[in-house]
Design a protein around this ligand. Structure first.
Ligand code: SAH
Length: 353
């Protein structure tokens, strides 16, 4: 087991099993050995490849979305471009290239990046070397004012709790110690019926439900911030509107799925995002939220077909590769429909009478 794995095992031996959320928080964010503190996670040589790393078109179209939001907000100056978890900085660099088509916006823009990983901060500095950038540990640190905020594959890293319908009752999934002292999943005692959400009552035995308390808290913050800024936020991630009846926690190491409890700190853990829950949280905070659309529909609505066609025309030698990239981002068999896009905006003002 990794050093962090042994530390987690000792903690469980001393004070009992952890919730899945507590385990994820340690495995991903332990200040010294957490996965996001140290690993070279994103990109082809890392553990997983994200949409901006597939094609420049992804970030460019999001840049066009930013221009639209800026216009809707009345073209405020200065204007913050905030990104949560910018990875290698590719999305922001591509979006800024599109934004440069509107010089008034390009000049008004201040870039604020929320990033906990020191290695990735350096990569972001290189990707954005011609742009003044301010880094933050968390969204709370970003000063107020008009903004657009982007979060691609950020919410899926936030810790979730898991609950399972055992034959007799709902029980929480926990991380404990097996016979050999290795980490293993276990179940809590039965939950009192009064603590079980009404929507879960009819679920058949074996069903698993997840609660993303961190994600919901962040969505509340986004809802408040878009109203106050004013601003607009775009959340892109893999996830669902209707909850599946099974758990979605997954672990990836070097592009392969592995056991989520193996090698904590060296393994990427994520869970599908519950878009219904984050929409509700943002709406309760006063924001306007419409049903999320699929990544495929969002990209095509933003002009992906024309942009990819223009790229193929300009680079005939790379046409097959560009075509494959388009398929990867939009095809239902790849990222096209599993990934969803959610826009969070201020409520429309009632027309003046
Ligand atoms: N958006 C990028 C990277 C996604 S990976 C892309 O699409 O390529 C997740 C990113 O979020 C990484 O940059 C990671 O270091 C960062 N991150 C994860 N959890 C975070 C947290 N709680 N606070 C700040 N940054 C975080």
């Amino acid at each position: 087991m990794s050093g962090l794995g042994e530390r987690i095992a000792r903690q469980i031996a001393a004070s009992g099993p952890l919730t899945v959320a507590q385990f994820m928080a340690l495995a991903l964010y332990d200040p010294k050995e957490g996965y996001y503190r140290q690993a070279q996670a994103v990109g082809r040589s890392g553990d997983f490849v994200t949409a901006p790393e597939v094609s420049q078109v992804f970030g460019e179209l999001i840049g066009f979305w930013c221009i639209e939001q800026w216009q809707r907000l009345g073209e405020p100056q200065p204007f913050k471009l905030i990104e949560l978890g910018p990875g290698r900085g590719t999305l922001m660099a591509d979006a800024l290239r599109a934004i440069a088509l509107r010089p008034a916006l390009r000049e008004a823009v201040e870039v604020h990046l929320v990033e906990v990983n020191e290695t990735l901060r350096q990569q972001q500095r290189r990707a954005l070397r011609n742009v003044p950038v301010v880094w933050h540990e968390s969204l709370e640190e970003v000063p107020p004012g008009p903004f657009v905020l982007l979060a691609n594959e950020f919410f899926d890293a936030l810790p979730i709790r898991q609950f399972e319908r055992a034959p007799d009752a709902w029980r929480e999934r926990l991380v404990g110690l097996g016979d050999e002292g290795a980490l293993g999943f276990a179940l809590s005692g039965p939950m009192p019926v009064g603590l079980v959400p009404a929507a879960w009552h009819a679920a058949p035995a074996g069903s698993v439900r997840e609660i993303a308390s961190g994600g919901e808290a962040l969505a509340t913050q986004l809802g408040e911030r878009v109203c106050a800024g004013p601003g607009a936020a775009l959340v892109i991630d893999y996830g669902y509107v209707e909850p599946p009846l099974k758990g979605t926690l997954q672990a990836v190491r070097r592009h392969a799925k592995v056991d989520p409890l193996s090698e904590p700190g060296a393994t990427d853990l994520s869970a599908q995002v519950d878009f219904a829950a984050i929409s509700l949280a943002a709406r309760r905070a006063g924001a306007a939220v419409v049903r999320p659309v699929t990544q495929r529909d969002f990209l095509y609505a933003m002009g992906a077909r024309e942009r990819f066609a223009a790229l193929r025309k300009a680079n005939p030698g790379r046409a097959a590769k560009i075509d494959a990239d388009e398929q990867r981002l939009t095809s239902p068999e790849q990222m096209g429909t599993l990934f969803k896009v959610l826009a969070i905006r201020p409520p429309a003002r009632p027309a003046a009478s």
